[in-house]
Ligand binder design. Structure first.
Ligand code: ATP
Ligand code: PRP
Length: 216
């Protein structure tokens, strides 16, 4: 059998992908949450998983070091998606990309023409495009996490971040003021790998599609 490498990130994507892998008869031999290993074997000698940062999954697939992987739409928009085939919305890790500010901050006044807004985000491309579409000038501050802190300590006026339950915003006295996009995770496949390993990859795509349909 042709060797197959699947790129996944630890945490929610790995957890929500396990049932899909199981539907395709693929079972990891170790739990990446407990193991420090970055290459995880499966019950199939020719299939392995590589465990990478969520934002690095598209890069591993783009360069063909992984044949396919699973990445959030947020990560894919930031990455640009070059060289990637995105056949399936897996409807996992669902959340929303939002603009949020401190409670009481007059957002409507801050986004008037001619005003400048300081926006902190892990997603500078998404944030830049959103505010460019609105014709609002922004100073973007790139962060790598804990964005909710930025407006609280005066680093920014607003943040562009993911919201699911809203608990993190609430716990930090922030409120969502704009919805940018609905986010879920996509199957991403290296285009060359799909051609060369079609007989191995396409049945897995079909199984994931059926399992996703069933879960809906
Ligand atoms: P990195 O390690 O690259 O910084 P990360 O810490 O954002 O990435 P995760 O928290 O595992 O990685 O998130 C993986 C994906 O899950 C995100 O890209 C997003 O699509 C989705 N996601 C993030 N936060 C939530 C949430 N609160 N609820 C549901 N899905 C989420
Ligand atoms: C994500 C996101 C928010 C939080 C929103 O962070 O960046 O902080 O989830 O979820 P909620 O609306 O359900 O509270 P995550 O938990 O992934 O932590 P991170 O900062 O490590 O990315």
């Amino acid at each position: 059998m042709k060797p197959l490498t699947i790129a996944l990130s630890k945490g929610r994507i790995f957890d929500e992908t396990l049932p899909l892998l199981a539907a395709a008869g693929i079972h990891p031999t170790e739990n990446p949450e407990k193991s420090r290993k970055l290459i995880i074997a499966t019950n199939h000698a020719h299939i392995r998983l590589v465990i990478v940062r969520a934002s690095d999954v598209p890069t591993y697939v783009q360069y063909g070091t992984a044949d396919f992987g699973i990445a959030g739409k947020d990560v894919l928009i930031e990455h640009g998606g070059d060289g990637l085939y995105q056949p399936l919305d897996l409807k996992i890790a669902q959340c929303r990309m939002m603009v949020a500010v401190r409670k009481g901050f007059d957002y409507a006044a801050a986004v008037q023409p001619g005003c400048r807004l300081r926006v902190a985000s892990k997603y500078p491309n998404i944030a830049a495009e959103h505010f460019a579409d609105k014709g609002v000038h922004v100073d973007l501050i790139k962060l790598y996490g804990s964005m909710e802190l930025a407006p609280l300590v005066g680093l920014s006026d607003a943040i562009v971040d993911l919201v699911s339950t809203g608990n993190t915003l609430k716990a930090n006295d922030l409120e969502a003021v704009e919805h940018i996009a609905d986010i879920s995770s996509r199957l991403i496949v290296n285009k060359a790998a799909l051609k060369l390993k079609y007989d191995v990859i396409q049945p897995i795509i079909d199984t994931f599609a059926a399992a996703t349909q069933q879960a809906a």
